[in-house]
Ligand binder design. Structure first.
Ligand SMILES: Nc1nc2c(ncn2[C@@H]2O[C@H](COP(=O)(O)OP(=O)(O)OP(=O)(O)O)[C@@H](O)[C@H]2O)c(=O)[nH]1
Ligand SMILES: [Mg+2]
Length: 203
């Protein structure tokens, strides 16, 4: 079981360029903002949620969770969202997830937590085909190291992860990490969204 104060930080700080510059977390999907689907998946699994966004703060706050902007502007990418998350959370680990993966596993947190042994700094999610590094459980004590890496120009998650004690947890369903990058991805997801048990067709 995760420690009492585990927080999930949902990264919604991107520019949504492949969708014409929209605020992806707020794009309507099956009648609610995309990030609401992510919240619905994560809320039962953690103790607190935090939304990391760089615009539309009023709307995000309206969803009922605190909202924090990136520590430094300039759209430095997901690593900057991760740094922001680490700086805002007191606990030793923080769970990170993107705002555009509405089908996250129901057992995400407990499986990631199990893998976060004392000799592991970073747990990332994977399926049988690929890793999903934006779904991760990070040791918050890495904040200074990440801050220095970002200041030195690092923007690649995989390269920063590789400098630390990293492990992966494999989830069976590749659909669980389906993410929305284009308008057509959102359409393709619609039939899967009402399957609340998480055993998706084709999984
Ligand atoms: N905090 C923060 N999060 C970011 C930033 N850039 C991307 N993200 C988040 O990282 C996750 C994965 O990013 P993408 O799927 O590339 O989303 P995006 O950058 O908004 O979209 P594109 O502009 O089309 O690449 C999403 O949850 C984004 O919100 C950033 O500069 N800051
Ligand atoms: Mg991007």
């Amino acid at each position: 079981m995760p420690e009492k104060e585990l927080t999930a930080v949902i990264l919604a700080g991107g520019e949504g360029r492949r969708m014409g510059g929209v605020d992806k977390g707020l794009v309507p999907l099956a009648g609610k903002p995309m990030i609401d689907h992510v919240i619905a998946r994560l809320q039962p699994q953690v103790h607190h949620l935090l939304i990391n966004a760089n615009r539309s703060h009023e709307q995000y706050r309206g969803l009922g969770w605190p909202v924090v902007a990136d520590q430094a502007g300039g759209h430095a990418g997901p690593l900057m969202g991760m740094l922001t998350a680490m700086r805002h959370v007191q606990a030793s680990r923080v769970l990170i997830a993107p705002c555009d993966t509405p089908l996250l596993p129901h057992d995400l947190v407990c499986r990631m937590w199990e893998a976060a042994t004392s000799d592991v700094d970073i747990v990332q999610a994977r399926d049988r085909e690929r890793v999903h590094p934006v779904v991760a459980l990070l040791r918050t004590a890495l904040a200074d190291d990440l801050s220095a890496a970002l200041a030195a120009g690092e923007r690649r998650i995989d390269r920063w992860y590789a400098r630390h004690r990293l492990t992966s947890v494999c989830f069976e369903s590749h659909l669980a990490f389906t993410n929305v990058n284009h308008e057509s991805d959102a359409q393709a997801l619609l039939p899967l969204l009402d399957n609340s048990r998480g055993d998706y067709p084709g999984a």
